[in-house]
Design a protein around this ligand. Structure first.
Ligand SMILES: NC(=O)c1ccc[n+]([C@@H]2O[C@H](COP(=O)([O-])OP(=O)(O)OC[C@H]3O[C@@H](n4cnc5c(N)ncnc54)[C@H](O)[C@@H]3O)[C@@H](O)[C@H]2O)c1
Length: 251
């Protein structure tokens, strides 16, 4: 494979940005996906800045706007990546939202928004990607889950359900497509500094850091390093696994 292609959903900022940047550094041609249904101008500008930095560092890629919570948006995103970059070896299902709320206050609409964005998106993107990867008999699907998908968390019943759902999805895809050269793995970050966690009160953040054996919160680059390894040829025999990146928080 010369210059394989990687698509990372929700990669205009945060963990997705760190992943797409690392993959570009590792020689992938990348598709930087930004969310185009809300704050489109802002998100496109962020995605363009991510791509500009990749190009400045000698990499190659494109930016693509899409709403991966819809079947049409996600499918078009995968198909456009293949059309514009000519291939697809790695799909990272990273796009996600959190809407922390007590179970009794979560509306049906909020439940569906979260499940569609965090879980259905991985189904839509993977389905379109696997159709292409099967023909090449090669592919890597990496799903960004969470430690709360394994342990649960008060105020995150919908979020935890979506992240646990991603694990079952990962295991099944790994069994179904392993024989065809496609691996599927999940990464479960702990508490990572990003827009998703920036609104937590500072005292909550420092209290959490105290409980993490390595003594600090995670950085998006900590997650990206593992994803890059799973996307590399060296990880060919790792399939259907869920690997935590949490500084030891959950031990
Ligand atoms: N930050 C953490 O502590 C943490 C911990 C565990 C798991 N995660 C997971 O990591 C992933 C990245 O989170 P982050 O911390 O970088 O958060 P973030 O909010 O900074 O990034 C999320 C990205 O997803 C995009 N997105 C949201 N809805 C979308 C849609 N419908 N279509 C396309 N893109 C969409 C956003 O625009 C954004 O770029 C998420 O799946 C999140 O659940 C984060």
């Amino acid at each position: 494979m010369s210059q394989p292609v990687a698509l990372v959903t929700g990669s205009s900022r945060g963990i997705g940005k760190a992943i797409v940047t690392q993959l570009a550094r590792d020689g992938f041609r990348v598709a930087v996906n930004y969310y185009n249904k809300m704050d489109e101008e802002h998100n496109r500008a962020e995605a363009q800045a991510v791509l500009d930095a990749i190009i400045a560092a000698g990499g190659t890629g494109i930016i693509l706007g899409a709403d991966v919570s819809t079947s049409a948006g996600a499918t078009e995103l995968v198909e456009s990546t293949i059309k514009q970059l000519g291939s697809l070896e790695v799909l990272v299902n990273n796009a996600g939202i959190n809407r922390d709320q007590l179970l009794i206050r979560i509306t049906d609409e909020q439940w569906h928004e979260l499940i569609d964005t965090n879980l259905s998106s991985a189904f839509y993107c993977s389905k379109a990607a696997v159709k292409f990867m099967m023909k090449k008999r090669y592919g890597r699907i990496i799903n960004i889950s969470s430690v709360v998908g394994m342990a649960g968390n008060a105020g995150q019943s919908h979020y935890s359900a979506s992240k646990a759902g991603l694990l079952g999805f990962t295991f099944s895809v790994a069994k179904e497509y392993g024989p065809r050269g496609i691996t599927a793995n999940a990464v479960a970050p702990g508490y990572i500094e990003s827009d998703m966690t920036k609104n937590l009160p500072p005292e909550t953040s420092s209290k959490m850091a105290e409980q993490i054996p390595v003594g600090r919160l995670g950085k998006p680059e900590d997650v990206a390093a593992l994803v890059a390894f799973l996307a590399s040829p060296a990880a060919a025999y790792i399939n259907g696994q869920v690997i935590r990146v949490d500084g030891g928080m959950s031990i």
